[in-house]
Design a protein around this ligand. Structure first.
Ligand SMILES: NC(=O)c1ccc[n+]([C@@H]2O[C@H](COP(=O)([O-])OP(=O)(O)OC[C@H]3O[C@@H](n4cnc5c(N)ncnc54)[C@H](OP(=O)(O)O)[C@@H]3O)[C@@H](O)[C@H]2O)c1
Length: 423
């Protein structure tokens, strides 16, 4: 795989005045911030397509404001209902309404679109993000789970189609900015920073009593519910390690995590000559999103600025893996490779959904995932020699989207079994 030096916007896109943007997950935290930037720069961006799952009223307002050419919703019923209201004079009667998995693929590979913002949460973004890559688009990748599930496949396909994957997660964007096209051979180490989330100082004997409301109360970032839970368990950092491995073509062994309480240093690169380059700023996702939308230019964003004097000090700490055991689970999955990251990701989505529904406690998240990954270990490593052929291929290798989906489903199914025993 080629290193970051291969990133360059096509001359066609640079020449056109307006970048046509499709936003997958327009009603989410990433989607809303993307639209805020588009709103600030109407001379630079035009919304081509929008999607959501169930926030129809919010989407309706976005359609009126941005007049997209295509809109994707979850069901044909939602699409017909929207089509009807818009054909009787509200907003843009020219808008086409599509739905479901096929609809998402259609808007992400749409001929008119220059840039796709992958802002769906979780594995649901796998197929549409891949469609955008297959169609050779510029893809602002916030939705990390597809790369966790099938990173190698994404990077191979991007190489074939010329798609550009622009790292939008704040940590990966910081690395992208710090690397500034230097080849991966010059990287000694990538250091992903982590705020430590709401429980970074909580005594370990209090973990049994953690509530959902406390978990959703992140000290530094305002994000969607799933990633906020992942930040509290530090599974998010684990998923980011796997994502970084593919985006920057470095081995997992060369990726470290440090706690940076203030969330000011968004990540760093240590080069082979001992130089460190970091990107810093207030914790504000509009910065990395705008960097990707405007790339390779920078946009004059109107946002609160960092005052280094007021900041006074920056703190770095090693990660306490006893406090954040999910990080070790994800590191193991990353090193194992094959279908392990997709299994872990699917399992994690299921467990987080159960926690958000208040069906399990915070501490059950790790316990359940550890049991699932133990089951995976057993399947992969302790099969009797005569049973080796029975190990499903998708656990060993991810060669297609279908493999990634099957590994994800395998992880989810194991969670179901464990939760049956808990409840
Ligand atoms: N938020 C951040 O600051 C941040 C930072 C870094 C990376 N990320 C990554 O960006 C992605 C999005 O995060 P987020 O915080 O923006 O999530 P979010 O606020 O929960 O928004 C998710 C978006 O995806 C849509 N969606 C959810 N499930 C869907 C499905 N099954 N099919 C189609 N659309 C679906 C939602 O539609 P409805 O509104 O209709 O449900 C919503 O528009 C995640 O992968 C996350 O890890 C986020």
């Amino acid at each position: 795989m080629k290193s970051t030096a291969s990133f360059s916007k096509s001359s066609e896109t640079q020449a056109s005045a307006l970048t046509k943007v499709s936003v997958l997950g327009a009603t989410g935290s990433i989607g809303l911030k993307t639209l805020e930037i588009v709103r600030q720069f109407p001379q630079k961006f035009q919304i081509e397509a929008l999607s959501c799952k169930s926030s129809i009223e919010q989407l309706r307002e976005q359609i009126i404001e941005f007049k997209p050419r295509i809109v994707c919703v979850d069901t044909s019923g939602q699409a017909s209902e929207l089509k009807e209201t818009f054909s009787i004079g509200q907003g843009s009667p020219e808008t086409e309404f599509v739905w479901g998995r096929e609809g998402l693929k259609q808007i992400s590979s749409d001929d008119e679109t220059d840039l796709v913002v992958a802002g769906i949460v979780g594995a649901a973004g796998l197929e549409p993000t891949y469609s955008a890559v297959e169609a050779g688009k510029i893809v602002a990748v916030a939705n990390k789970e597809p790369l966790v599930m099938a990173g190698e496949l994404f990077m191979q396909t991007a190489k074939k189609t010329g798609a550009k994957l622009l790292p939008t997660d704040s940590e990966h964007n910081a690395i992208f900015q710090s690397l500034h096209n230097e080849p991966s051979e010059r990287i000694a180490r990538l250091i992903l920073t982590a705020s430590g989330g709401p429980f970074r100082d909580l005594p370990l004997d209090k973990f049994e009593q953690i509530t959902l409301a406390e978990t959703l109360n992140h000290p530094n970032w305002e994000m969607g519910r799933k990633i906020t839970i992942d930040s509290a368990t530090m599974m998010n950092k684990g998923l980011e390690i796997i994502e970084a491995q593919w985006l920057f073509n470095v081995s997992v062994e060369k990726i470290d995590v440090l706690m940076q309480r203030e969330s000011i240093i968004h990540s760093m690169v240590e080069f082979i000559d001992g130089s460190f380059l970091a990107q810093m700023g207030l914790p504000d996702m509009r910065v990395p999103i705008a960097y990707c939308l405007g790339w390779p230019e920078r946009l004059p964003l109107k946002i609160p600025r960092l005052d280094p004097v007021a900041l006074n000090a920056l703190h770095f700490e090693a990660i306490d893996t006893q406090r954040f055991p999910c990080l070790s689970l994800s590191l193991k999955a990353a090193k194992q490779g094959g279908g392990s990251p997709a299994v872990l990701n699917g399992a994690n989505e299921e467990v987080v959904a159960a926690f958000l529904n208040e069906e399990i406690r915070f501490v059950d998240i790790f316990k359940t995932l550890a049991t699932v990954m133990g089951k995976l270990d057993e399947t992969l490593h302790y099969a009797e020699p005569e049973c080796l052929d029975e190990i499903p291929n998708f656990l060993l290798n991810i060669k297609s989207l279908e493999d990634a989906i099957q590994a994800d489903q395998w992880g989810r199914k194991q969670v179901g079994k464990v939760l049956e025993l808990i409840n």
